[in-house]
Unconditional design. Structure first.
Length: 591
């Protein structure tokens, strides 16, 4: 599957480059600026990044639009493409790019009109053909959809997509042998692994051949680890309808252990425990098409094809506007491109009352915080916490965001509320006690913080971050130094390339008076984290204690240049002036 998608994406990138060159040749013939003066989508002739291309010509606007599209700035990209098209209205390559962008933005009416123009003018455009085929399917005309699908390219992503879509079109058209025609068409395409087995099983299921469907999906399911949500839903539904409720429950429970971030698994489990049958992911040919498009979109995203991933997710949403997973994928991709407004719009389109609505609003809160609208983010999470008194996700995220902003008292209260909701803390909850421990330590409530760190270690005894934080805190306070040394040695064994943990070990050596061992560890820590002022300060102290005073002053000067915390500046300046007093001074405070 990966090799096929990588090849398809490479072909698409080459096609886009050819489109640029075609426009460049046309520009050269008309005397307009060509590629040599503008650069290719943000890269110069030597392949090195350059500034955003100028946009004083059709070619310039095209390249600027491509640059903006790659950066996720969809509205800006549309504006450039529209200007380029106005200057060169007969350029079908520009219209094809604009149609692609309209799809990526979810502007379906504009995309349909552009698609019709492209096809009328015999321009090859897979996205245009596919959109019009899906429009036929959405209106129930599966025969028309099938006919339009035959005009799509037989290479690239279309070659991977069409067999799935066409199989459902043949099935949806009905008539004698519709199921067999659909199954045969699915087999004609290149295999995308489990996605083929899943859709074969769904065709069989909707074709009233449940036993075959169940066997097919059983073979397609991964042997271990998380399975795609829709496959789990489908298999649980098939098992329950076959009277195998216990097997369905066992399946969902196993998946729930790895996927507590998705409330839909908990809803599936509750449905089975009530003796009810879970719904299938879809129950129609149109739903099958949307599901296949979403599967392709997810695979494209995994292979780095973000722009096409969004387009295929949009096509899935065109068929099924209620498909929450398509909206989540769109939101996630545009969020990665720092297009925060588009991400929020995508997340907001998910029904708040649905199981996936909870997930969408968690992600929306994260984006609001990135947009520097923290109070809106906090309010969204508070609403989620109140809406579902059993879940802790919103409270944990609230605590994390508040802690990031150094609102430690508010963060501690959020974590405390989350902990109160736990019937019995499990291994995975070590992070919650660890996070609350940090907020308690920062608000000068050490006994309570220490208790939380120790509780986190009871849940996860070999957790290097907890070993490090607690061990370093003990060293910093001059407490339990031998035990701290043992804990930090183990933390370094677990994470030998973590400069902060290696620094902690070096500092416990220093506090115990093992200055040569301290120098060895702290030199390694500085190699791993050369830009940390505290680690450089620690190394300076250790150098001083072994008589390497010139190197000590160099490290302290470097620590000052790295902008340490305000309360550390005066201490470092005093050391630069007078060296270290006897006995050894107190360690620096580290965040």
């Amino acid at each position: 599957m990966n090799e096929a998608l990588v090849f398809a994406l490479r072909r698409l990138r080459w096609s886009s480059l050819c489109g640029v060159l075609v426009i460049g040749l046309a520009a050269a013939c008309t005397g307009q600026a060509g590629p040599a003066t503008v650069g290719l989508a943000g890269f110069g002739a030597a392949g090195m990044p350059v500034d955003e291309p100028e946009s004083d010509s059709a070619l310039g606007n095209y390249l600027a639009g491509t640059y903006a599209l790659d950066a996720g700035r969809l509205e800006e990209a549309a504006s450039f493409f529209e200007r380029a098209l106005a200057e060169d209205p007969d350029n079908l390559e520009l219209l094809r790019q604009l149609q692609f962008l309209s799809l990526a933005s979810g502007q379906y009416d504009a995309a349909r009109a552009q698609a019709k123009t492209l096809i009328e003018r015999d321009m090859r455009s897979d996205e245009a053909q596919l959109l019009l085929a899906l429009e036929g399917a959405r209106e129930g005309d599966f025969t028309a959809a099938h006919e339009l699908l035959q005009n799509l390219d037989h290479e690239g992503i279309a070659n991977l997509t069409v067999p799935f879509i066409d199989a459902w079109a043949l099935f949806g058209a009905g008539g004698d042998g519709a199921l067999d025609r659909g199954l045969a068409r699915l087999e004609q395409g290149e295999s995308l692994g489990a996605l083929n087995g899943y859709h074969r099983a769904m065709l069989l299921d909707l074709g009233d051949r449940l036993d075959e469907a169940k066997q097919t999906l059983s073979e397609a399911m991964p042997d271990s680890g998380p399975a795609p949500l829709r496959m789990v839903q489908a298999y649980a539904s098939m098992l329950a309808r076959s009277g195998e409720t216990a097997a369905a429950t066992e399946l969902v429970q196993a998946q729930l252990a790895d996927r507590r971030d998705l409330p839909v698994f908990e809803e599936l489990l509750r449905t089975l425990e009530r003796g009810e049958r879970p719904e299938s992911p879809f129950t129609s040919a149109t739903g099958g098409m949307a599901d296949a498009l979403l599967g392709i979109a997810e695979a494209l995203r995994q292979e780095g094809g973000s722009a096409h991933s969004v387009v295929y997710a949009r096509l899935a949403a065109f068929l099924r506007p209620d498909l929450a997973e398509a909206a989540l994928l769109i939101g996630d991709v545009v969020a990665e491109q720092d297009n925060h407004d588009a991400a929020i719009e995508a997340y907001a389109s998910v029904d708040p009352g649905s199981p996936m609505g909870y997930v969408a609003r968690l992600r929306m809160a994260r984006i609001l915080h990135l947009k520097e609208e923290p109070e809106e983010a906090y309010a969204t999470l508070e609403q989620l916490a109140e809406a579902d008194a059993e879940r802790i996700d919103a409270l944990v995220q609230l605590g994390d965001l508040l802690r990031r902003e150094e609102h430690y008292e508010r963060a501690e209260r959020a974590y405390a509320r989350a902990i109160e909701r736990l019937d019995e803390p499990e291994r995975e909850h070590w992070t919650l006690f660890y996070a609350r421990g940090i907020t308690l330590e920062r608000t000068k409530r050490w006994p309570e913080a220490e208790a939380d760190f120790l509780h986190a270690l009871e849940l996860e005894p070999e957790q290097p971050f907890v070993l490090n934080y607690l061990g370093y805190s003990w060293v910093d306070k001059g407490m339990h130094l031998d035990r701290a040394k043992s804990m930090l040695n183990r933390a370094v064994e677990l994470r030998p390339n973590d400069g902060f943990i290696v620094d902690s070990l070096g500092w416990v050596h220093y506090r115990l008076g093992d200055f040569r061992e301290a120098v060895e560890a702290l030199e390694r820590a500085v190699e791993l984290e050369p830009g940390d002022p505290v680690i450089n300060d620690h190394l300076g102290d250790a150098y001083w204690r072994v008589g390497r005073t010139r190197e000590a002053r160099f490290q302290w000067q470097r620590a000052l240049s790295l902008e340490p915390e305000d309360d550390a500046v005066a201490d470092i300046e005093q050391k630069l002036k007078s060296g270290l007093p006897q006995p050894a001074g107190a360690p620096s405070d580290r965040t």
